[in-house]
Design a binder for this molecule. Sequence first.
Ligand code: SF4
Length: 442
Amino acid sequence: MQRYGDGLRFSASDLANHLGCKHLTQLDLRAALGEIRVPHFQDAKLEALQERGFQHEEAFLAHLRETKGVEAVRLPSDLDARSAVEKTELLMRQGADVIVQAPLAADTWLGRADVLVKIPTPSKLGNWSYEVIDTKLARETRAETILQLCLYAELVGKIQGHLPERIGVVTPASMVPTWYRTNDYLAYFRRVKASLIAAVKNGGSRDSYPDPVERCEVCRWAPECKRVWRNDDHLSLVAGITRSQRKELVGREIRQVTGLASLAVPLEFRPERGSKASYEKVRDQARLQVESRGLLVPAYELREAGPELGLCRLPPPSPGDIFFDIEGDHFVGDRGLEYLFGVTYLGDRGFHAEAQSSQSRREGAVRYQGRWAFTEAQEKAGFEWFVGFVEERRRRCPDLHIYHYAPYEPSAVKRLMGAYATCEDVPAISNRATSLGEGHVF
Ligand code: SF4
């Protein structure tokens, strides 16, 4: 969002930001009006993603060059905003095959389309017109991508006299665009646009308050909002509290961690959503957090043990049990790489102790084995090694369990099995795949 004469200018990111957080729109507005300063925001993960985004765009352009024999025109980076927009329009009128990072503008809207591709559909420009394609790393198209593309399509439409019939997204998985019919999304696009314009009308709202949302993770205003939450002792500071619990509590005038911590239990109200027990749990958490303030070692309480509670839900131990962990990096190559497979287990002495006393079973030494992978071939080998390890152990100890930290491991195992078409007929994987996700044991 930028100040433009007496008014404002908006971009595709303003639409995406507005969709993610209404308070963000208000902060951006105040920054555009010069009332507050934009905080410095640097995120190594975002920078890595940006770098990968550039590489993906380059790969797509190379693909166009190889398959269609077309050369892309990239605008000089030293052009000022107005000249860059004029240059895009000029290139469109001249019929350039592909225009990359094309600045577009109309009325109070600005955009920078990743790729404009010429197609043989007549328009005001001549016997050709343009379609808009976005190169995206995410495997699934997000709502904000569609909004962005609708904006670019609208801006292109103003130049060529008609709206491109479709908008496309190219992911690294395939260099073939996934197409969306522009008209199917226009009503949605106009609605978000109208909501944004309404939100900034007459200087916006001074009453807006930050409510934690998914977007906070990548938001430049996060330090500012965190400061507000800390000052206000906001309920979102309670570990594990959900958005709907916060809403219910605020509806009952409980707005602060201390307020929640001092709530009498058993609760005197019946929540509209969720069980009383779940509210008592967050209340206990809030109480512990308040008690911990100023302490070097945070206060803690042991939960009561009982059947079907906590660790008591675990199955009886087997000497063959395996503790499995897998580490991956999403930013490697086109689809990421699982670079470390690790297992911890009881060594032979403990393993063969099924028929021996529990004393000798306990004495089996804990062992660790791991396989590193720096290439796809090594990743496949690491995966096959892990499956082979489980199989060999399962033959000797059919009641073993595999313990893992999160749902990530079963998903990764399934993904690798599919990606390399390997180990599909191994019962330890294919039979048990159906029961993956039942807690963290499979
Ligand atoms: S940090 Fe979160 S609540 Fe604050 S403006 Fe950003 S997205 Fe909104």
